[in-house]
Write a protein that binds this ligand. Sequence first.
Ligand SMILES: Nc1ncnc2c1ncn2[C@@H]1O[C@H](COP(=O)(O)OP(=O)(O)OP(=O)(O)O)[C@@H](O)[C@H]1O
Length: 358
Amino acid sequence: MSISKSVSIKNIEKVFEGTGGKPVRAVDNVSIDIQPGEFMTLLGPSGCGKTTILRMIAGFETPTKGDIFIGEDRVNSLTPDKRDTAMVFQSYALFPHLNVFENIAYGLKIKKLSTQEIKSKVCGILEIVGLTGYENRAPNQLSGGQQQRIALARSLVMEPAVLLFDEPLSNLDAKLRVHMRAEIRNIQRRFGITSIYVTHDQAEAMSMSDRIIIMNHGLVEQVGTPHEIYKKPASRFVADFIGLANILDGEVMAVSGSHATVKCLDTLFSLPTDLTLEARQKVHLVARPEALSIADSGQIPAKVESSVFMGAYQDYKIRVQDKSLLVVDSNPALGSVYPVGADVYLRLDERSLHIVQR
Ligand SMILES: Nc1ncnc2c1ncn2[C@@H]1O[C@H](COP(=O)(O)OP(=O)(O)OP(=O)(O)O)[C@@H](O)[C@H]1O
């Protein structure tokens, strides 16, 4: 197995010509450092530039500006086959006229390995992806999930330093997708191979990644662990894109060290923050639905607008001043559910409020 490598992209920009002479800035001055063995996911809405970044790392696209390093080597001018990367595609891209064994062996034959070595490597990798015995099947005799496992095997058998995934699970049904997430992650951990994964499915990103890069309009909004991205979103965009969020208007009343006093819903909160803030500045507070609760008494009056039993939790919408807020009660005791129209109070747990500036 070759040793996994770091990947660094420095001030990368990609401008496509676009139609009608109007250039498209697909990637705008992006810099990212990915550690050896790390599972990094590029996540963002359609058209935000994820695939373009992946394809520039692979060498299928040339950056307009900036540098790409794989390990110590600047790879900008290397062709894809010289970069020590392998790509797993959404469409599997198996050769239809070759059987499973031949598909996996294809790259090894080009590398001129001996027949014995090829056989041993192909059998080894088939065992890892759980498809021993399928050597003679044609791709069209396999399910979607099996085809994707063969595509993964075909990449892994080349022992690349970096594995690139372009929405590999999008063509599979929902149940299989969840199963394959865990399978890909287990295999990736077992090989310790640096992996860069493109998806627009946030559950996939949250469940598989060491870190996630959130992109929007060609720019990086935030890089962080799934926990950081969820608990400490860098912007309203990130808060809205990942999970459900209530975004409340606030005003900074005072700043002291790493804490700010923020007035929100006529209430003062003292909140930790890394941001450089000034008194009187307008900010937003992000509150996840599970961080809000409803009570019979309190400071902030509210009215229940909807109340839906979801089995494991109770989903509420409550009106507070001019805003409709989402509240999730994950432990609804029998008899403690508030009906639509009830006059209640909103409780905000200071520890679960997070300040964003933009
Ligand atoms: N070859 C090309 N020529 C012109 N514009 C392109 C080309 N490839 C991509 N683009 C444009 O660049 C932008 C980024 O595209 P990209 O495929 O990287 O987005 P994405 O985040 O991967 O989206 P999706 O999730 O839909 O695949 C889009 O506006 C797209 O239309």
